[in-house]
Design a protein around this ligand. Structure first.
Ligand code: FMN
Length: 189
């Protein structure tokens, strides 16, 4: 079974990211992945504070060693990203920057959301470009959630509609395929 990490992007109190991540984590677990959700708000990484370039993997801090181990064991990722000022939020950029090799030769599905009509598409396009620099390949298939509040209830729960569930299925089908392929590339040294 492939190991999948579902990673959120926001840390502010009242953030909606974890509710959406919970939904896609459940969908992934029902799709043959061993999926684990990582809420960056709970992970609480400081701003990147390793003295040595992460490509050398000479990690000084315990939080980095734990983050490295968590990402290393993953075969694939799903990033659940909000759109902050037409891009993806700084906490996610920070979490990504801590590591290099741990992201490489692995595929990523992306779920974008926003309270406006653009559904996090601009955040995803920026995130995709940055992940490519780390040899992490984002799928063409993605899930875009516009006008987020229509899917949220008063308790902060997120409920996907038929279109979103269908888009998630399409993306997860492709993620299985790409995970298999990228694993072969990763192991072929
Ligand atoms: C700092 C900040 C910047 C934002 N920028 C955008 C934006 O560029 N486009 C957009 O549609 N919504 C924007 N929003 C609204 C977010 O889509 C909405 O608040 C969403 O719930 C943020 O995700 P979160 O709840 O996980 O923090 C912004 C919100 C914040 C707090």
């Amino acid at each position: 079974m492939y190991k999948l990490k579902v990673i959120t992007s926001t840390v502010r109190p009242g953030r909606k990211g974890p509710a959406i991540a919970k939904w896609i984590t459940g969908a992934a677990n029902n799709h043959g992945f061993e999926a684990e959700m990582i809420d960056l708000g709970e992970l609480n990484l400081p701003l990147m504070n390793e003295p040595v370039h992460p490509a050398l993997k000479q990690y000084e801090h315990e939080h980095t060693k734990q983050w490295s181990a968590k990402i290393e064991e993953a075969d694939a990722f799903i990033f659940v990203t909000a759109e902050y000022n037409h891009s993806y939020p700084a906490p996610l950029k920070n979490a990504v920057e801590y590591l290099v090799h741990e992201w490489a030769y692995k595929p990523s599905g992306m779920v974008g959301y926003s309270i406006g009509p653009f559904a996090g598409v601009r955040a995803i396009m920026n995130l995709k470009a940055d992940m490519l620099a780390l040899k992490n390949i984002a799928l063409a298939e993605m899930v875009n959630i516009p006008q987020l509040n229509q899917f949220m209830d008063e308790e902060g729960n997120f409920t996907a509609d038929e279109r979103l569930n269908n888009n998630a299925k399409i993306m997860l089908d492709q993620l299985v395929r790409w995970t298999k392929g990228m694993k072969a590339i990763k192991e072929d040294k």
